[in-house]
Design a protein around this ligand. Structure first.
Ligand SMILES: NC(=O)c1ccc[n+]([C@@H]2O[C@H](COP(=O)([O-])OP(=O)(O)OC[C@H]3O[C@@H](n4cnc5c(N)ncnc54)[C@H](O)[C@@H]3O)[C@@H](O)[C@H]2O)c1
Length: 333
């Protein structure tokens, strides 16, 4: 999209920039000629992987730091035109076993980042990666932004606080900020080493390794998915458009699929691949939200965003990527 030339020469900070979505934002912005700095803690348990930015190392600055360090953040926000705030503890299961860490990263650190902006760079524009998880178990479908907020896990509560700190700083201090409530995002660079964040990563890995894909429950749960390039597009649109300030937007897809259908699509793309339906593990069932798909009319109307990459296309591209680079993500990772 030609409008993105506005990022040329601009100073951009991406927290969580070595992770899945952050590295894809960095790649797009570096190609446009933005001056990109990444802030990422590279905590081994989390989704950061230096291979995600292997092709970009000479076109950006990497600062290995933790967003929980207010002094580092106070330094890093200075002089930046845009902040894509994507660092996060992303595992729903881990948020239940270690709720305090989730609170520190997804809520308290977000407040420190915003304070750093207020004190050192109130002119920055911030786009925060929020999540559809904060709606909890849907009362109606598709879920729009007016749907009640009822998180079913600690992560959802802390992400909600993180989101609302951004809106508050927009509304009270005029620090331009907005939040996108992402749904299941997939593509090159996603976490495949384990199933802590999403089942789809491990499904892709199993397909490539010739192991069966395990579908929990009856496999009828409905979901929507966005390919990462479409999510990057939404983040960039939100950064450039003042109509996004102070707003939350759902992402989503018109392509709503059951998990069984998704497993079928995936296994059809790889000769010999297969899936099995197995009982839901108890710890996952407890925080499962049943069917979910989002209504993204608002971002379509306000920012003109629409997903462009369909599932067969996106899954094929993702499988091709991990087929080629598996050694960087799990064999030796
Ligand atoms: N991927 C999805 O499907 C999805 C869905 C909804 C919301 N989101 C949100 O989007 C954001 C990015 O997600 P992702 O899929 O790219 O995850 P990811 O795990 O690949 O990336 C997150 C990055 O944040 C870094 N990080 C974690 N804690 C940090 C800390 N304390 N200090 C500095 N860096 C830290 C990690 O090292 C990692 O590189 C997250 O905030 C997540 O909650 C993602």
């Amino acid at each position: 999209m030609s409008g993105f030339q506005a990022f040329q020469g601009k100073q951009v900070l991406i927290t969580g920039g070595v992770g899945f979505i952050g590295s894809n934002v960095a790649r797009r912005l570096a190609a446009i000629g933005a001056r990109v700095t990444l802030a990422d803690s590279l905590i081994p348990l989390y989704g950061g992987n230096l291979f995600n930015i292997d092709d970009l190392r000479d076109r950006l600055t990497l600062n290995v730091t933790d967003v929980r360090d207010p002094f580092a953040m106070a330094y890093l926000v200075q002089g930046k035109d845009y902040l894509f705030n994507l660092a996060g503890q992303t595992s729903h299961l881990d948020s239940m076993t270690d709720p305090r860490t989730d609170l520190d990263i997804n809520a308290a650190a977000q407040l420190s980042i915003l304070e750093a902006c207020r004190l050192h760079n109130p002119g920055v524009k911030i786009v925060f990666a929020s999540t559809r998880q904060l709606y909890g178990k849907p009362e109606y479908l598709p879920v729009d932004e007016a749907h009640p907020i009822r998180p079913v896990d600690v992560n959802g509560i802390n992400k909600l606080a993180g989101e609302w700190y951004h809106l508050l700083y927009n509304n009270v201090y005029g620090i331009r900020a907005c939040a996108l409530r992402l749904t299941n995002t997939y593509g090159p660079g996603m976490r495949v080493k384990d199933a802590r964040q999403t089942f789809l990563g491990i499904w892709l890995r199993n397909v490539i390794e010739g192991k069966p894909v395990l579908v929990f429950g009856d496999g009828k749960q409905l979901r929507d998915f966005n390919y990462v390039d479409d999510v990057v597009e939404a983040l960039l649109l939100a950064a450039l458009d003042s109509r996004a300030d102070g707003q939350v937007f759902n992402l989503g897809s018109r392509e709503v699929v059951s998990l069984v259908k998704l497993a079928q699509m995936l296994t059809e793309l790889q000769p010999g691949a297969r899936f099995e339906i197995v009982p839901f593990p108890a710890e996952r069932k407890a925080i499962d939200i049943g069917d979910y798909y989002g209504n993204y009319d608002k971002i379509e109307a306000v920012l003109g965003w629409q997903p462009r990459v369909d599932l067969p296309q996106g899954l094929a591209a993702t499988l091709a990527y991990y087929g080629k680079h598996r050694g960087r993500y799990w064999d030796n990772a």
